[in-house]
Design a protein around this ligand. Sequence first.
Ligand code: AMP
Length: 280
Amino acid sequence: MKVIRTISEMRSWSKEIKNNGYILGFVPTMGFLHEGHLSLIREAKKHADKVVVSIYVNPTQFGPGEDFEKYPRDFARDEKLCLKEGVDAVFYPDDQQMYGPLHKTYVITEDLSKVLCGRSRPGHFRGVTTIVAKLFNIVQPDFAVFGQKDAQQAIIIKRMVEDLNFPVEIVVAPIIREADGLAMSSRNKYLSPQQRKEATVLYRSLKLAEHEFKRGNFDLEAIKAKMRHLIETESTGQIDYIEAVDAETLGKPVPGKRSVLLALAVFFHPARLIDNIILK
Ligand code: AMP
């Protein structure tokens, strides 16, 4: 497995792979890998001849006062995990590589980036689309795998790829959870043992919604109120949002006719956890 730290080396490695006619799959991450990330790598390996994983904590997607400095990092461990999964190359650039001192260009996906997480994290998706666009231009993959865990991110990336004509197919892989239902996240590391126990309420609230939906209750406001009540009574988490939107457009949901994305963000300080479920 190759560890590549510069854009020029990444480009020439990719070029050689493509010249050989291989299908190149790409998994962008911020590192501190867990089973969720590894599931994306396994998905990529199913469809690709060669797989690149990028590990880069992207400063432009963190707002002021967010956890950029203390975001967990452990490259030695990540490298071992990638090797074990049979990854072909790890792209591990530093900030000088990714953002030169004269950097001025950003990619913005309008509207979609202003709802849900975009409302409480202004500028976050501008950072995400910018870094993903840069990574796509550097790695030049045939396809890239993203997690449904970040449902809004996946929708925004798909929009960007279509709008800017990137020749990259976007694959979205399911959410991987701990045995008790908590969605895996690098940020779960911030949770105290008590918060970790309480955080299972997020998945339980989503399952409660699914249960309501399955028995024919499409009253999304009533469902959200039930979820809110459950989270507030069974945890110390502070709800940032619980929202139901159209699963494809992030617009107004049409329950019963189109898939609904039910998404939430809850603070268990200092962590902010997100999770979601698709109600069909
Ligand atoms: P991150 O390192 O948090 O930026 O995540 C990198 C990729 O892994 C993104 O596409 C995430 O959606 C995906 N991911 C993170 N956690 C999970 C999870 N629990 N299940 C599936 N995918 C995940």
